[in-house]
Design a protein around this ligand. Structure first.
Ligand SMILES: *[C@@H]1O[C@H](CO)[C@@H](O)[C@H](O)[C@H]1NC(C)=O
Ligand SMILES: *[C@@H]1O[C@H](CO)[C@@H](O)[C@H](O)[C@H]1NC(C)=O
Ligand SMILES: *[C@@H]1O[C@H](CO)[C@@H](O)[C@H](O)[C@H]1NC(C)=O
Length: 254
């Protein structure tokens, strides 16, 4: 599962067995072309760098404080939900997300004005697989439900449009970017949900899943905006932390 494409494995292996790293604690992109912000194709240049780095860093790099993201692990997260006849709390644990290593940036546009930076990124993943345990405490009309079990959600043709704004700052004589805001909209081509423990009776589980799989677009349309306040800051924090190890001088001409 980890090494879906031989090429990615090779890339990861090459990074792992490369000559001992130098003293620098920052990411090195010496083998990529430096992009010129004057160039009207600067977006394509950055796109190539992103697409080169993502598979390469999938197993993480402790020195760069980049956690492994294939799979990406989430220990525990919970959120409250209240809308119409449904309210309650859902928590998920031991979540593993597979697929980020296959992320490909499709369109990148970058604008820099003084120390302000604006980046718009459209990227896609052919497939994402999210596994974990869940536990919920919900009230649907007069009905009290306490489902608990495992879930396995597979998403196909995921396209993520991300707009972000930040500023450039200097540290150790190098330029870095700090992000203040991110706005991310995922679109999904198809989705399948597998889960157990929704009802005590496995046959009822199957019926509920059939309904969920048939109406996933409606469910997704409700869940996505409702949960944005939980996952959007998480993504911002992660990106922001990784960016602290990535001097932009490595790939942008001054
Ligand atoms: C997740 O849980 C593991 C094992 O319990 C622990 O070692 C790790 O530090 C936790 N990670 C986070 C981000 O909380
Ligand atoms: C999760 O579901 C996908 C698609 O149905 C399947 O390929 C995969 O093997 C499942 N994973 C686990 C751990 O059950
Ligand atoms: C982003 O990182 C900077 C440090 O580089 C930190 O000062 C700032 O609070 C972070 N912002 C967010 C929203 O996480």
């Amino acid at each position: 599962m980890k090494c879906i494409l031989g090429i990615l494995c090779l890339l990861a292996w090459r990074t792992a067995t490369a000559a001992p790293a130098t003293d620098t604690e920052y990411i090195s992109t010496d083998d990529f072309a430096k992009c010129s912000t004057e160039d009207e194709h600067v977006g394509d240049c950055i796109k190539d760098i992103i697409n080169g780095l993502i598979p390469r860093l999938q197993n993480g790099n402790p020195k760069l404080k980049i956690p492994p993201y294939e799979p990406f692990l989430l220990n525990r997260t919970s959120f409250r939900y209240e809308s119409g006849a449904v309210k309650g709390r859902i928590s998920v644990r031991n979540v593993k997300i597979y697929g980020f290593a296959l992320y490909r940036a499709k369109e990148v546009s970058l604008k820099i004005k003084g120390d302000k930076i604006k980046l718009r990124l459209v990227g896609e993943m052919p497939k994402m697989n999210i596994l974990g345990n869940y536990k919920a405490d919900m009230q649907v009309n007069q009905l009290q439900l306490k489902p608990k079990g495992d879930f396995n959600v597979t998403l196909f043709d995921v396209e993520i449009t991300t707009g972000t704004e930040g500023e450039i700052y200097r540290k150790d004589g190098k330029r870095f970017v700090r992000l203040d805001d991110i706005d991310s909209t995922p679109k999904i081509g198809d989705l399948t949900i597998k889960a157990n423990g929704i009802f005590p009776d496995p046959e009822l589980d199957q019926i509920a899943l059939n309904v969920a799989n048939q109406y996933w677009r409606d469910i997704y349309g409700i869940i996505l905006p409702e949960t944005r306040q939980y996952w959007q800051p998480l993504i911002l924090r992660m990106l922001n932390e990784s960016l602290q190890q990535i001097p932009i001088d490595q790939f942008l001409k001054e």
